[in-house]
Design a protein around this ligand. Structure first.
Ligand SMILES: [Zn+2]
Length: 334
């Protein structure tokens, strides 16, 4: 499989402050993971900075100006979790622009999928607020651009945290389907299974909250049950908020995925759209070895070669959570 891999030196220069888990060293681990994929032919691709008009589809003009001013004035803390330095401005622009470049190049037939090794991550960023290590919502910028061209978009978010920013931006849009697996309760506190979208978009937001200690078996079952729901929605594109903090070794959360689970998730998302319509965006993931191995497994899975391995078994409440979420969804969809 031909994979477009996007990354940029500017991402190394973004900093949340010393000792922060969302650190530049993550990039090297992820890039090593990309290179280690056995079934992937890598095409290294250059990012481009996002244009203001593309950002303004999902962020307020005042917010964009404020982030630019904050970075250029020297940076600091935007909230207790989220920091920036002067170089963060360019990194944020390129993290948000990489996916647009990926769309162009995939439409040009240059690859079967794209993986974006970017930071800062994006899925917590709101229209007018930085949050949870995120400045601009990278996946949302791409989704909004595709929606403007009447494309249907499914976002699969397997980061361990709920993508509250992404959900909020498209909560009433019936042309975008948002599907998230995440730990609950956990940061940022949203993502209960009764959050299903509003108005004509009821049923296009799908949340699978999972209790601590949940393992890959419940993810595998959840994806198997939800695949037909995505097929029914019939997306033109699948965008993935690919966080790796649901891994068993991740220091920030308490779920129990193993590398092989990401391989099966990668294979599952690759089957939802034809080749050339899948873009994966790096979100979280804070254990470097887990990051590397999980990215490799994801890409080999996307290429159709997931590594077989048993999941860690989930406790009973995880199955109850999954069942509740699927019931709420089927009640909504009828
Ligand atoms: Zn996360």
């Amino acid at each position: 499989m031909r994979l477009l891999h996007f990354t940029d030196d500017s991402f190394e220069r973004h900093s949340n402050g010393s000792g922060h888990p969302e650190r530049p060293e993550r990039l090297g681990a992820v890039a090593a993971g990309v290179r280690a994929a056995a079934h992937v032919e890598i095409v290294e691709a250059k990012t481009r900075p996002v244009e203001r008009k593309d950002l303004e589809r999902v962020h307020s003009p005042a917010y964009i100006t404020a982030i630019e001013g904050f970075c250029k004035a020297g940076g600091g803390k935007l909230d207790p979790d989220t920091g920036a330095v002067p170089d963060s401005w360019e990194a944020a622009l390129r993290a948000a622009g990489a996916g647009l470049e990926a769309v162009d190049r995939l439409e040009n037939g240059e690859g079967a999928a794209a993986f974006l090794t970017v930071r800062p991550p994006g899925h917590h960023a709101l229209t007018a607020r930085a949050m949870g290590f995120c400045l601009f919502n990278n996946v949302a910028v791409v989704a909004a651009s595709l929606l403007e061209r009447s494309q249907r978009v499914t976002i699969v978010d397997w980061d361990v945290h709920h993508g509250n920013g992404t959900q909020a931006m498209f909560y009433d849009n019936p042309h975008l389907q948002y599907l998230s697996f995440h730990q609950f309760p956990a940061y940022p506190g949203t993502g209960w299974f009764d959050e299903l979208g509003e108005g004509k978009a009821r049923g296009t937001t799908i949340n699978i909250p999972l209790p601590p200690k949940s393992g890959g078996d419940v993810y595998r079952q959840g994806m198997a049950e939800l695949g037909p729901v995505v097929e029914e929605f019939a997306p033109d594109w699948v965008l993935v908020s690919a966080g790796y903090d649901a891994h068993n070794r991740d220091p920030l959360a308490d779920l129990r995925l193993v590398e092989a689970d990401y391989g099966l998730l990668g294979q599952a998302v690759s089957r939802l759209v034809p080749p050339g319509r899948l873009i994966m965006f790096l979100e979280g993931g804070y254990d470097l070895a887990a990051l590397k191995g999980s990215v490799t497994a994801t890409l080999d899975g996307v290429a159709g070669h997931p590594t077989p391995s048993d999941p860690i078994e989930s406790p009973k409440p995880a199955w109850q959570f999954l069942e509740q979420a699927l019931e709420a969804l089927s009640d909504e969809l009828g």
